[in-house]
Design a binder for this molecule. Structure first.
Ligand code: UDX
Length: 457
């Protein structure tokens, strides 16, 4: 596209910066990716993404080879002549949940120093409402104001490249309509509506989307609890509720709730922003509380299923990442669940296809094994925390011959229930009736199911 702003400097090769830089380069923009982390850049130079993200390695290899993506450590070189400087630096939570804007301010100050007459600076990081407007005072240089816009990202881990290419919309916020239109040209190749609004509204759209999705998850988890009391099945209830087009089925998956780097952080940051203005945003607090309860209720459920005794029980945990398709264990349910089980005396052995290295430092007491069958061997309970397809499609007849006790507790309602009960397992999910083993058709003749049958809740 001839009038597309070019080149672009992306500041920050973290999750958002890296994916956005690679996708924009793939779309024909000359992107210079700037990061202070030399080790990260060295890894990228070898064609390896520092994160597990489908399609990203291939994309990086291509845009690095064709020169559309350059890697830089020096800000002056990377920013020289850039028509867009995009800031994708971290906004980690402070102790009270507010977003720490130190990196955004530092990157913005540097960008203003190097901005040319045509540069527009764009904040890609997730920042609280009002941030972009308040940072405009930093955007003066030699008597000139460098235009500042905000363009929140909506990429989900595990599907980030696809999400970039097929977004529901592109949101751009700022007080300079011409600058916003130039930013919009970056995304002109996408078949997506572009919403240009003021910067604070754009910031609130980003938080609003994440907070609303988190509310949906907590809502269905509350419904799941009621399903357990009343004998209903939450999957069926969610299908029914979600069929109403005004609601939609997405994010009505009951289970262990939300984790990851975005939902927990953004819900708290939005709550903090509301508190700052004296508003008590009660729904947000409820969503966080329900999410935490989902984890503790799950542990209690395992404990009850083992007659209240976790001491010396071997619990096999399948899945450590906060969701499938990623190696990210930030705020993952697995960490809370495993620590809690271990505090209650259980001996936990866990596995994950890609997240073991990230989980290891957080779980010093846990036996982490690569092979899911080794994980399951001798288990008193098999517990699913992350719905990786490989666990759903596990060779369950083989698993049935390996366990010590035929008990499965499925935190994501993802397993083939009928097959499991046919194999002699007691199946306990979330928000659905317990299924007891059917008369045995198991692979190992002669052995009896040993799962205790329990009432939930
Ligand atoms: C989210 C947003 O989807 C994305 O737009 C934003 O840019 C970043 O935050 P992400 O954190 O990668 O993306 O994961 P997402 O797929 O949204 O799932 C978040 C959490 O909710 C996961 O822990 C997932 O297991 C959980 N979840 C999701 C449910 O418990 N039930 C559901 O129905 C859906």
């Amino acid at each position: 596209m001839a009038d597309r702003p070019n080149p672009l400097c992306m500041v920050g090769a973290g999750y958002v910066g890296l994916v956005t830089a690679a996708c924009l380069a793939d779309a024909g923009v000359d992107v210079r990716l700037l990061d202070i982390d030399a080790a990260r850049l060295a890894l990228l130079r070898r064609g390896r993404a520092p994160i597990h993200e489908p399609l990203l390695d291939e994309l990086l290899a291509e845009v690095l080879a064709n020169g559309r993506l350059e890697l830089h450590e020096d800000a002056a070189t990377a920013m020289d002549g850039a028509q867009i400087i995009m800031l994708a630096v971290g906004t980690p939570p402070l102790g009270d949940g507010r977003a720490d804007l130190t990196q955004v301010r530092a990157a913005l100050t540097q960008a203003v120093q190097h901005a040319g007459p045509e540069t527009v600076i764009v904040i890609k990081s997730t920042v609280p409402p009002g941030t972009t407007a308040s940072l405009r005072s930093l955007c003066r240089r030699n008597g000139r104001v460098v235009p500042l816009a905000v363009c929140p990202e909506f990429l989900a881990e595990g599907s980030a490249v696809r999400d970039f290419r097929q977004p529901p919309q592109v949101v751009i916020g700022g007080d300079d309509p011409e600058a916003c239109k130039r930013v919009a040209l970056l995304f002109g190749h996408l078949d997506a509506p572009v919403r240009i609004t003021d910067s604070t509204s754009a910031e609130l759209i980003k938080y609003g989307v994440n907070a609303f999705l988190a509310l949906k998850i907590s809502f269905i988890n509350e419904m799941a609890q009621l399903c357990e009391y009343t004998g209903a099945d939450v999957s069926s209830v969610a299908d029914g509720i979600g069929t109403d087009e005004r609601i939609g089925r997405a994010f009505l998956g009951a289970g262990l709730g939300f984790g990851g780097s975005c939902f927990p952080k953004d819900v708290r940051a939005l709550d903090q922003a509301a508190s700052y203005h004296g508003q008590n945003f009660q729904l947000l607090r409820a969503a966080v509380e329900v999410n935490q309860q989902a984890r503790s209720r799950f542990v209690a459920k395992i404990q009850r299923a083992l007659n209240g005794k976790l001491a010396k029980r071997r619990i096999a945990v399948l899945g450590l990442s906060f969701k499938p398709g990623t190696d990210d264990v930030r705020q993952a349910a697995s960490i809370d669940v495993i620590r809690h089980l271990e505090d209650l005396g259980a001996s936990v052995v866990a596995t994950d296809p890609v997240a073991m290295a990230n989980a290891r430092p957080l779980l010093p007491r846990t036996d982490l094994v690569d092979d899911p069958y080794a994980c399951i061997a001798g288990a008193d309970a098999v517990v699913v925390v992350t719905e990786w397809p490989e666990y759903v499609a596990l060779d369950w007849p083989r698993a049935a011959t390996l366990v010590r006790r035929h008990l499965v507790v499925d935190g994501r309602n993802c397993l083939p229930v009928d097959q499991l009960v046919d194999l002699g397992f007691t199946y306990i999910g979330v928000g659905r009736p317990i299924r007891k083993p059917r008369p045995l058709k198991r692979a190992k003749p002669g052995s009896k199911p040993r799962a205790e049958l329990v009432a939930v809740p």
